[in-house]
Design a protein around this ligand. Structure first.
Ligand code: MBD
Ligand code: FE
Length: 277
């Protein structure tokens, strides 16, 4: 099997972004000017305060060029910037907490009615996990027919479509809840995720003596007609990186409470959706 290299993963994430996201480019010039100016002023202030040298400037240039060459802009931005965009976007929500989407979502996963088993290999490694819960409105009304779009990595930390040799929709699915908003999804517990160390993002992490880990997590997009879609993640207590996620995307409200059952675990989580704006 070929390796999940940074460049191959980055190329896939870059391709996904350009295919899936509609970038309008209609930001008014005044707004572009304001934001670009303020970001540049922050760069100037950093250079002056820390007396940045030509060697350091050239290292930055080389690194920026490499991020693009590796296709790692989706990874770098989602790891180091998206969490603040999400904080601002969802500041006024009353319902469940959201967190970052990250670079590895793929729209159009296979659809299932609850109870569902996510697509997985016959010999899929990992702890069996049953994930269930209910989707409700902020006033407590059950949202029958809500959609739970879930994706996560395998027991080795690899995502289908972004690492080679994994079936296209492995551990990805769109599950429709029943008429009382309840859903049940059978899958395996994902492993912690390490950012590829052989690309530009890995290089700056190493150069700064940071670590490259995200705690184990499930990714979700939960939606229902007349309600705001929430993009979120759920985490497992005891993970060594819950308190220092490289992507700063853990929130206490997103922690699961797994109960051992049989040879696996049972996790329950309810989603509360805000009314459409
Ligand atoms: C991931 O799995 C992820 O969720 C994020 C945000 C960044 C890199 C890998
Ligand atoms: Fe992830």
């Amino acid at each position: 099997m070929t390796q999940a290299t940074a460049a191959a993963t980055g190329a896939a994430a870059t391709e996904r972004f350009s295919t899936d996201k509609v970038v309008t480019g209609d930001t008014p010039p005044e707004r572009v000017s304001l934001l670009a100016r303020q970001i540049l002023e922050a760069v100037y202030a950093t250079i002056r305060e820390h007396q940045v040298t030509y060697d350091e400037y050239d290292a930055l240039k080389a690194w920026l060029i490499q991020v693009g060459a590796d296709g790692e802009w989706p990874l770098f931005l989602d790891v180091f910037v998206e969490h603040v965009v999400e904080e601002v976007a969802n500041a006024n929500r009353e319902g469940s907490k959201g967190t970052i989407e990250g670079p590895f979502y793929a729209p159009g996963a296979p659809a299932f009615a609850t109870p569902a088993t996510l697509p997985m290999r016959p010999d899929e490694k990992g702890t069996p996990m049953t994930f269930h819960g209910q989707v409700r409105a902020v006033d407590g009304t059950p949202l029958g027919g809500a959609l739970v779009d879930i994706w996560h990595c395998d027991d080795e930390g690899f995502y289908a479509q972004f690492a080679p040799g994994i079936p296209e929709w492995n551990l990805r699915g769109r599950v429709t809840a029943d008429e009382s908003g309840h859903f049940t999804i059978r899958t395996i517990k994902p492993a912690p995720y390490q950012i590829p160390t052989d690309g530009a993002t890995g290089a700056i992490i190493r150069a700064a003596n940071w670590h490259a880990w995200r705690p184990a997590h499930l990714h979700l997009k939960v939606s229902a007609p007349g309600h705001q879609l929430i993009t979120t993640q759920l985490y497992f207590p005891g993970d060594p990186h819950n308190d220092d996620d490289i992507a700063s995307a853990v929130k206490p409200e997103l922690m699961l409470d797994p109960k051992p059952i049989g040879d696996g675990v049972d996790v329950e989580y309810d989603f509360i959706l805000d009314p459409a704006a």
